[in-house]
Design a protein around this ligand. Structure first.
Ligand code: ASP
Length: 326
């Protein structure tokens, strides 16, 4: 090296493991569905992974099937992300995760992480034991994204596409390209380790995220928020039951209800009456659309507020965080 020349600093990416199919093993290599999750540790997932100019380290936060995700794992994961992101030398964090609730975790992290550094969640649709597993390429792409200068916020990488945390949704039960960003389209694509960016990164809202993070750190029991679906033949019974439970002073009584509404936020008349009674009884009620594409387009005044473009599961997280904030 010539005197005075400085070597570019290596990017440091921390990979946090939480489980999922990516960490699963089946008895036969041809079996892509009959596997057990949580068999492969995160260190094994990054073993032999070489990304030029990137230093990798790993930590196992959990090793579960993401269908069983719970508040304890969410809290631990958010806190470990925050811990690593606060280190000057850490460029970004990658989270390996099951596909089933990936969009929920991505949205939660976006809402609570007070940082503009990248956090990239990734996954696999085939277990590690598959003839041709998709996990290794997804992890490689996620690490490449987390090490790319200028990338910020929480995103999801799967099958070469980069999805934003607010838009991403699992839309396929089996295909490797199982996620969609709906109308918004992906944030970009990873091609041979390089980002082809399609949209700009969302601005970080550090103050709001820090308050939400403090709340999830100190809240013993997260507020109970249920999702009910509006459909043909909907009735009042379920919501009325939740209201009665609350009136009898039950521990962990419901504090919020998200209604997975039809179309542009419409709700079956019988269910709507029950939801209005719930709202009058002090339960926070929010409408979110069941549709995979589009958002609730504001129109005539509705007595029940809507969640805009958020899906019911994300509207539920937003409502829980709002209830914690008080
Ligand atoms: N049930 C698995 C999980 O979400 C599915 C997957 O990872 O693809 O953990």
């Amino acid at each position: 090296m010539t005197t005075g020349e400085t070597k570019p600093r290596a990017a440091h990416v921390v990979v946090l493991g939480t489980g999922g199919t990516i960490s699963g093993r089946a008895h036969a290599a041809g079996d892509n569905v009959g596997y057990t999750t949580g068999e492969v540790g995160v260190s094994e997932l990054i073993d032999g992974l070489e990304v030029p100019g990137v230093v990798l380290s790993a930590e196992q936060v959990a090793n579960i099937d993401s269908k069983d995700m719970d508040f304890g794992v969410w809290r631990a994961l958010a806190q470990r992300c925050a811990h690593w992101l606060a280190q000057d030398e850490v460029t970004g964090v990658v989270v390996t995760h099951g596909t089933d609730t990936l969009e929920e975790t991505a949205f939660l992290l976006q809402e609570v992480l007070p940082t503009s550094k990248p956090v990239v969640l990734t996954c696999a649709m085939r277990p590690a034991s598959a003839l041709v597993p998709d996990g290794p390429q997804n992890v490689l792409d996620a690490v490449a994204l987390a090490a790319t200068p200028g990338v910020q916020g929480v995103s999801v990488v799967c099958a070469g596409a980069v999805h934003g945390a607010s838009d991403v949704q699992k839309v396929h039960t089996y295909r490797l390209d199982a996620f969609s960003s709906g109308d918004m389209g992906p944030m970009g694509y990873i091609e041979e380790g390089r980002l082809r960016q399609a949209r700009s990164w969302p601005a970080a809202s550090v103050g709001r995220a820090q308050a939400a993070m403090n709340n999830i750190a100190s809240t013993v029991a997260w507020p109970r928020v249920e999702i009910v679906t509006s459909h043909a033949g909907s009735g009042a019974a379920l919501v009325d039951l939740l209201v009665r439970e609350r009136e009898t002073g039950a521990v962990d009584a419901v504090q919020g209800v998200v209604v997975a509404a039809t179309g542009n936020g419409s709700v079956h008349a019988a269910l709507e009456q029950a939801l209005l009674r719930a709202q009058a009884a002090g339960i926070r009620v929010v409408r979110a659309t069941r549709c995979a594409f589009g958002q609730i387009v504001p129109g005539a005044h509705h007595a029940l507020p809507d969640a805009g473009a958020l899906s019911p599961v994300k509207a539920r997280i937003a409502l829980m965080l709002s209830l914690m904030q008080g």
